[in-house]
Design a protein around this ligand. Structure first.
Ligand SMILES: NC(=O)c1ccc[n+]([C@@H]2O[C@H](COP(=O)([O-])OP(=O)(O)OC[C@H]3O[C@@H](n4cnc5c(N)ncnc54)[C@H](OP(=O)(O)O)[C@@H]3O)[C@@H](O)[C@H]2O)c1
Length: 315
């Protein structure tokens, strides 16, 4: 498949995990891919070699995206390699930290927001001069932004920020012909989700999925490449969940004792962003996951749960 021949792409955090898988998928579709890395120069060179050996085009570019000027340096580097046209930006590099609210340190919080939010924001800003009509940006959100899983509140907040940026970037850049979307994976077996190596983590992950296997980086890499390609030319401003449909029969997540809080936001109709919306919280007793799932109708957020619910350590 060579749908992207003559196109250039930058994938951040492509030295391993989902970034690597996305870069390989884009290269298979014919794009010239820049493989960005932070500390994994050797891993990035291995990805470049794999693409070149298969007849594709790739180069490695390094930059520490936790530094305030990391995105600016990376953009300069990118322009030096590919010149004045970048067709696809996949801002995938990310870091996670599992900690309770009490355990979360200011420096961890700042680092999460630096790598996961500040870097994609300024990378988009710095690369805009070489992006235009028919270009596409894909950011990476997470299931953690949409459901309270694990002790991940600070990490999840960075992904909530990504969902917000997608809407604003898509609205601001649409008239230039640039599409902006995000992919929000569930748990994917990478270095980041090391808890899947334990029996409890693996069982929990399988329990919340309809497809009963652990997601691999390739499973999501193809979704990212699709959104970046012209086949998705009428999709912009969307966060696409790539979670293999959370299962309605997840064992033990919501049992007979569970109480679920549902937040419902009432928006003024017709919708006017300058008018305040009102919200309401309902406490509802549920007996099973199927009950809880039925409550997650559009406009409602299932915000909290008391009762039987195993925790996660990281994602
Ligand atoms: N795994 C999951 O279950 C999951 C679920 C939902 C969303 N996500 C999101 O998906 C994206 C990819 O995650 P993954 O699981 O593939 O992660 P991963 O295997 O841990 O890889 C992370 C990548 O980000 C790069 N990176 C991290 N910190 C960096 C920094 N300071 N400067 C430059 N590069 C940096 C790493 O580069 P080096 O190794 O070269 O430093 C690496 O290539 C992230 O945004 C993550 O939040 C993951």
């Amino acid at each position: 498949m060579t749908k992207l021949s003559a196109k250039t792409a930058l994938v951040t955090g492509a030295s391993r995990g989902m970034g690597r898988a996305s870069a390989l998928a884009l290269a298979r579709m014919g794009a010239h891919v820049l493989i960005h890395y932070g500390s994994g120069a050797n891993e990035a060179e291995a990805v470049v070699a794999e693409i070149r050996n298969a007849g594709g085009r790739a180069d490695a570019v390094g930059a520490d995206l936790s530094a305030p000027d990391g995105a600016h340096k990376l953009a300069k580097h990118v322009r030096a390699v590919i010149g004045d046209r970048l067709d696809i930006l996949v801002a995938n590099a990310g870091t996670s930290k599992s900690a309770t609210i009490e355990e979360t340190k200011v420096e961890d919080f700042d680092r999460l927001f630096a790598v996961n939010v500040r870097a994609p924001f300024f990378l988009v800003q710095q690369l805009l001069p070489i992006m235009g009509k028919d270009c596409s940006i894909v950011l990476i959100s997470s299931l953690a932004a949409h459901a309270a899983v694990g002790t991940l509140s600070a990490y999840a907040a960075t992904k909530g920020a990504i969902d917000t940026l997608v809407k604003h970037f898509a609205a601001a850049l649409g008239e230039r012909g640039i599409r902006v979307n995000a992919v929000a994976p569930g748990v994917v077996e990478t270095d980041m989700s090391s808890f899947t190596k334990t029996d409890a983590g693996r069982d929990f992950t399988l329990g919340i999925q309809a497809l009963k296997r652990l997601a691999q980086p390739d499973d999501v890499g193809g979704v990212i490449a699709f959104l970046a390609s012209d086949d998705a030319r009428w999709i912009s401003g969307e966060t696409s969940e790539s979670t293999a449909a959370p299962s309605s029969d997840a064992p033990g997540r919501y049992g007979a004792e569970s109480t679920v809080s549902i937040g419902i936001r009432h928006r003024p109709m017709p919708y006017d962003p300058w008018k305040n919306s009102t919200s309401q919280v309902l406490k509802v007793q549920v007996r099973s996951d199927a009950d809880a799932k039925r409550l997650a109708f559009p406009g409602a957020t299932v915000a909290a749960c008391r009762g039987k619910r195993p925790g996660l350590n990281s994602s």
